[in-house]
Design a protein around this ligand. Structure first.
Ligand SMILES: [Zn+2]
Length: 175
């Protein structure tokens, strides 16, 4: 049977970096991130490999710190707007890390993580914003508790530790 928590317009690449959410969790937040490996280089599949534990850490010096790291996001939006999904939306992906905002902690438990292919030093593409807006609309249909005020940046929930999606991310494009 079709899994409604895997979005229709995504390419699904299963990641085992996920787990069940705590019992009775209401998913009410979306966290926006950015990632590129190496930073600012987009023409490769290193992020996909990172999220599926197949990244060759010898490819670049900056990958050394990623050794044995187990992370994932539900969704990844590439520069041309392609949507890749790694974790069904009802499961918990490992994108937020230690997190706190408005007296709530452990955002992985009740949020959906979306990675924009990019970096905090770079603008995002119109195609990415188009896919992101459509994706958020589809997610809201599945999880009606998600309000615009609960669509946050990683930098909002991990200030001082994380800067993504960065100052070039245009929030008005998605609200
Ligand atoms: Zn992030």
């Amino acid at each position: 049977m079709k899994n409604k928590f895997i979005l229709d317009n995504s390419k699904y690449i299963e990641s085992c970096n996920c787990e069940d959410r705590p019992n009775n969790t209401v998913v009410d937040s979306i966290i926006i991130h950015c990632i590129s490996l190496p930073e600012n280089e987009y023409d490769n599949d290193n992020v996909i490999n990172l999220f599926t534990n197949t990244l060759d850490i010898n490819l670049h010096n900056s990958f050394k710190e990623l050794k044995n790291i187990r992370v994932s996001s539900h969704l990844f939006i590439r520069r041309h707007g392609d949507l890749i999904q790694f974790v069904p939306l009802d499961k918990k992906a490992w994108h937020a890390g230690k997190s706190k905002y408005m007296n709530r902690e452990n955002f992985n438990d009740f949020s959906i993580g979306i990675e924009m292919e990019g970096s905090v030093n770079d603008c995002y593409t119109d195609k990415q914003y188009f896919t992101l807006k459509n994706t958020i609309d589809a997610i809201k249909k599945l999880f009606p508790s998600i309000q615009d005020s609960n669509i946050l940046g990683h930098s909002d929930i991990a200030p001082g530790r994380k800067m993504d999606p960065g100052k070039y991310f245009l929030w008005e494009k998605i609200k």
